[in-house]
Design a protein around this ligand. Structure first.
Ligand SMILES: [Ca+2]
Length: 217
């Protein structure tokens, strides 16, 4: 390991502890951060909007917004940033950190919960702790509007039916009234409990395939 690398390692030791990434992973992500920001200290929404691989992603705006969402900094703060620095960027990316051979079952469970929380925050746009039908409709409408053939009314009907079905099949104790008040994080977790998150949540659009970056330390 050369002198530069050691220096980098020394400077980023706190980030290793905070994010769980290895020094090698942090270095790779730092390169990507510099590319995205054009070697600036911070990244804005405009920087992320220019990522070609994101251009056709139907939930592009939600993905971009997630990077500026304070809830994704592992704290309890609400609201969003205008711009984010490298540390904030890493904290968001750490939600996609893959488990390694040394990851314990307990840690895996915690990592899974973080991912579910990330997805939940993406849908709970006003941050009140519940995904209401209106918030869910917005996402489905955006997803479907990209196809260009579905009217807004039809998209709504599809969203409503899908949400009701998901809620009723996955959360047996949930009544229709609970559903219309919105889905809490606990409900959301139950809904996603059979989904294998590790293999589904990659960040390909950042050209960083997190499943292939091994922890070197
Ligand atoms: Ca909400």
């Amino acid at each position: 390991m050369g002198a530069t690398q050691t220096r980098f390692e020394h400077d980023h030791q706190d980030l290793v502890e905070k994010t769980g990434f290895s020094v090698e992973q942090i270095q790779n992500l730092h390169k990507r951060f510099q590319q995205l920001s054009g070697n600036e200290e911070t990244i804005s929404r405009e920087h992320l909007k220019s990522i070609p691989a994101l251009a056709n992603n139907p939930i592009r705006m939600q993905i971009i917004e997630a990077f500026f969402d304070k809830r994704n900094q592992h704290g309890n703060e609400l609201g969003s940033y205008e711009e984010i620095g490298f540390e904030e960027f890493l904290m968001v990316m750490s939600h996609f950190r893959p488990p390694t051979l040394r990851t314990t079952t307990e840690e895996k469970e915690a990592m899974r919960k973080e991912k579910v929380r990330f997805l939940f925050n993406m849908h709970d746009t006003d941050g009140d702790g519940k995904i209401t039908l209106a918030e869910y409709r917005k996402v489905v409408e955006e997803l479907l509007s990209k196809s260009g053939t579905i009217e807004q009314e039809a998209a709504r009907a599809i969203a409503d039916a899908a949400m009701l079905e998901v809620a009723s099949t996955n959360v047996p104790n949930m009544g229709p009234d609970d559903f219309y008040e919105g889905i809490t994080f606990e409900h959301f977790e139950q809904i996603l409990k059979d989904l294998e998150m590790e293999s589904r949540m990659h960040i390909r659009f950042l050209d960083v395939n997190t499943t292939k970056v091994h922890c070197g330390k």
